[in-house]
Ligand binder design. Structure first.
Ligand code: M6R
Length: 605
């Protein structure tokens, strides 16, 4: 949420910042702005409501030589979307950009008598004014005193008017990384903005002050003691963060799923069995727990729903799925005997992070399934299971969901082995079926154009319903989220048997119902539920296994998945649901990769 970039060095800072903001735009795209020191040491600011492209246009005629500056792309929290509320904010000698929320900004306004001096409606400007109040020529002292005043989350990037070639950074919770290479020093919300320059970086530690200079970066704690940050390396290159000929990141990422699955699964196989020794995940955490609590948000939580439906019947201990934003406020039943599995693509989602911290406080061991290396959730977990999906740029999560599922399948299989629920031969069969899901995903991708006809029906609809039972219901939840977030069609997922308890009242002539019926055990029951909506005029888009017996009168369109086993249909079904959402959004002419009101990484509560 909000993208931050800062640069000082020999390159053209304006160019570095605008390019960086384009890379970070998926973090928030309400407005964007930059601040630069010109070669004559003047402060230059440009900020605009709208996408980074609007800022770029506004900067097209800017004739300025600058080697030091900061930039921001905003996802509004306090104050509407307009030029004034866009960052950077100036207060006296301070120029500041911020990602996060200053929770006590009302108190600060009173305490520092700021009511008449504020020009924007933002909490960020309040922080800038407090910082300016404390700034008497010593940036470290001013930052120290300001951070003592502030409660909330923040990643601050600061320039002081009389220090023309340095950038100061400090953070609490909200993420920020930094890197130095021969052309200068960079700071950014995430590595996508710095990957064109270097693949070596460090995560800025919380409550430490980082100073970017042209010739290096220094880190000190709040007492002024030097700190040596831990260097990390990005394992993907700049090409991975480009569209590579696809019209949208989402479509590219959907197509990357077979590779992402392979990258996540195969390094964890040893002689055809799951083995997590390279991850440092001991069997004892899987064998000694008496319950599992999965905690996540959005798509990651829906991956957890599939995980529960898969794992609980196999290992026969309670597995719960918890919405992270609710978890911390509902006195969760978590203790030393609980294994908490936290799932997060970004590793920065604040609700998920808060749930993780609470779980650890309750004595639980936390195993996180995370895509972004070195992210806060990864660093704060007891054990990390990294998914190897590469960068996911589209706001709608696709390949991250796929590898989160694969991770849960691997963890479920290993847990079943170590708890004596799977023999070696059961586990081998399970893994070989998991591997067979990859060609099944590929075959849906190869036949994707057939889905456009179904999308053209959805594109005309105001509402859509996704129904399924058992695992199919878990898949439907994600299908419905995908459709609503990028096509703005009201979509709901229901356990098919539940429709007749109320929701069926909403079915009218031609209401689209996407019916997922891939579970043999309850196939007949699901078909009965489909007939009930069909009888009331629904337009049924049916998804079954290839070998299912389907009578013509229950659907208007029918798609199949080439997987014979109930437990593994999710992989190709997910691709069908993703593509339906993708084509629908595209047909409606919407911004597929950056849907309205959303941001990729939700770092505010
Ligand atoms: O980075 P995370 O996996 O923690 O993000 C969780 C959700 O915010 C995310 O999955 C969100 O629901 C996506 N926009 C869904 O496509």
């Amino acid at each position: 949420m909000c993208g931050i970039i800062g640069y000082t060095g020999h390159l053209d800072a304006l160019h570095v910042l605008l390019n960086g903001l384009e890379q970070l735009e998926y973090r928030g795209y309400d407005s964007a702005g930059i601040a630069l020191f010109s070669s004559g040491n003047d402060r230059f600011i440009m900020k605009k409501a709208g996408p980074v492209a609007t800022l770029k246009d506004a900067c097209a005629d800017v004739d300025i030589i600058s080697h030091c500056g900061i930039g921001h792309t905003r996802w509004a929290t306090h104050g509407g979307v307009n030029d004034t509320n866009a960052h950077p904010h100036i207060a006296g000698k301070v120029t500041l950009i911020h990602n996060g929320i200053i929770e006590n900004y009302h108190n600060l306004i009173e305490r520092f008598g700021l009511r008449d001096s504020l020009v924007s409606e933002t909490d960020t400007e309040v922080a800038a004014r407090v910082l300016d109040y404390y700034y008497k020529g010593d940036p470290y002292e001013a930052i120290r005193r300001t951070t003592r005043e502030i409660t909330g989350s923040y990643a601050f990037c600061i320039m002081f008017e009389d220090i023309h070639d340095q950038i100061f950074c400090v953070r609490n919770v909200s993420p920020m990384v930094a890197a130095h290479m021969k052309d200068g020093s960079f700071v950014a919300s995430d590595v996508t903005a710095i990957i064109p320059y270097t693949n070596r970086y460090f995560v800025i530690p919380e409550y430490q002050i980082v100073t970017l200079r042209q010739d290096g970066i220094s880190v000190q704690d709040l007492n002024g003691n030097p700190v040596e940050p831990e260097m990390l390396e990005v394992s993907w290159n700049v090409e991975a963060a480009k569209k590579n000929g696809y019209p949208h990141y989402m479509l590219k990422e959907i197509h990357e799923q077979p590779d992402a699955l392979r990258n996540t699964i195969t390094p964890r196989l040893n002689d055809g069995l799951p083995d997590f020794s390279e991850d440092g995940i001991p069997d004892r955490i899987l064998s000694s727990c008496d319950k599992i609590a999965i905690v996540a948000c959005g798509t990651a939580m829906y991956a957890g729903m599939v995980g529960k439906a898969l794992i609980e019947p196999i290992i026969k201990i309670p597995v719960s799925v918890n919405i992270a934003s609710e978890f911390r406020y509902e006195n969760p039943l978590v203790d030393e005997k609980t294994l908490v599995i936290v799932i997060s693509q970004s590793g920065e989602t604040i609700d998920t992070l808060a749930a993780l911290r609470l779980s650890r406080k309750c004595g639980a061991r936390v195993l996180s399934i995370v895509n972004v290396k070195g992210s806060t959730i990864a660093r704060e977990s007891n054990y990390v299971f990294y998914t190897h999906a590469g960068p996911e740029i589209a706001v709608a999560s696709t390949k991250a969901y796929m590898v989160q599922l694969a991770s849960l399948y691997l963890i479920g299989c290993r847990t079943a082995m170590v708890r004596g629920k799977f023999s070696e031969s059961d586990a081998r069969t399970f893994i070989s079926r998991l591997m067979d899901s990859i060609p099944a995903v590929q075959s849906v991708l190869a036949d994707k154009d057939r889905l456009k006809a179904a999308a053209s029906v959805l594109a005309k609809a105001q509402d859509a319903f996704f129904v399924g039972r058992g695992l199919d219901y878990a898949f439907s939840l994600e299908g419905s989220l995908k459709l609503k977030e990028i096509s703005y069609i009201h979509a709901e997922a229901y356990a098919a048997g539940e429709l007749k308890h109320g929701t069926i009242a909403l079915i009218e002539e031609n209401t689209p119902v996407i019916a997922v019926a891939t579970q043999d055990k309850i196939y007949g029951k699901t078909v009965s539920n489909i007939k009930e909506v069909k009888a009331r005029g629904a337009f049924v888009i049916l998804i079954t296994k290839e070998n299912a017996e389907v009578s013509e009168d229950i659907s208007d369109m029918h798609f199949t998945v080439p997987v014979p086993y109930d437990q593994f249909t999710v992989f190709p079904v997910a691709v069908i649901l993703q593509l339906l959402a993708y084509y629908t959004s595209d047909m409606k002419g919407l911004n597929v990769d950056k849907p309205r009101n959303l941001a990729k990484s939700v770092t505010v509560e």
